[in-house]
Design a protein around this ligand. Structure first.
Ligand SMILES: [Ca+2]
Length: 141
């Protein structure tokens, strides 16, 4: 485990680096598409958000949300992603919505840095954002 510090600009830089962001989002999509049919189902999306711990925790602080309310939340998230109401989420829909979510997180963070505790095997987008910033702040040779 390690601790990274990120703020709004960390996340914003990550999103605006289009090639890197697309690659990261595509990787997430592939890892979330459990049955490899090229789209995300309701269940797959829910698993995704559970693993990102975006809803259960508010930036590292555990918040207990009643299961019923959580289900409603996941439903409304799914509807948001599923722009054409096809009942599944394709890669384009996923890219577009992840971008919005990351920018919303950036807005929420503003210029107040937060510390995130990360597992070694953490592949979340916020972790990738932090990695990107870390790689940029190293002196280039
Ligand atoms: Ca699938």
């Amino acid at each position: 485990m390690g601790v990274v510090v990120i703020d709004g600009s960390t996340v914003r830089d990550f999103v605006s680096d289009e090639g890197q962001f697309k690659k990261s989002v595509d990787e997430s999509f592939a890892s979330l598409d459990l049955n490899n049919d090229g789209v995300l189902s309701r269940t797959e999306l829910r698993k995704a958000f559970e693993s990102m711990r975006l809803l259960e925790t508010h930036f590292g602080i555990d918040v207990v949300t009643p299961p019923e309310q959580l289900s409603q939340l996941y439903d409304s998230i799914f509807e948001k992603f599923d722009g054409d109401h096809s009942g599944t989420i394709d890669l384009e829909e996923f890219r577009a919505e992840m971008k919005k979510i990351m920018l919303a997180i950036a807005d929420g963070l503003g210029s107040c840095p937060i510390q995130m505790l990360l597992e070694d095997d953490d592949h979340s987008l916020l972790k990738k954002a932090a990695d990107l910033e870390a790689s940029k702040s190293k002196p280039s040779s």
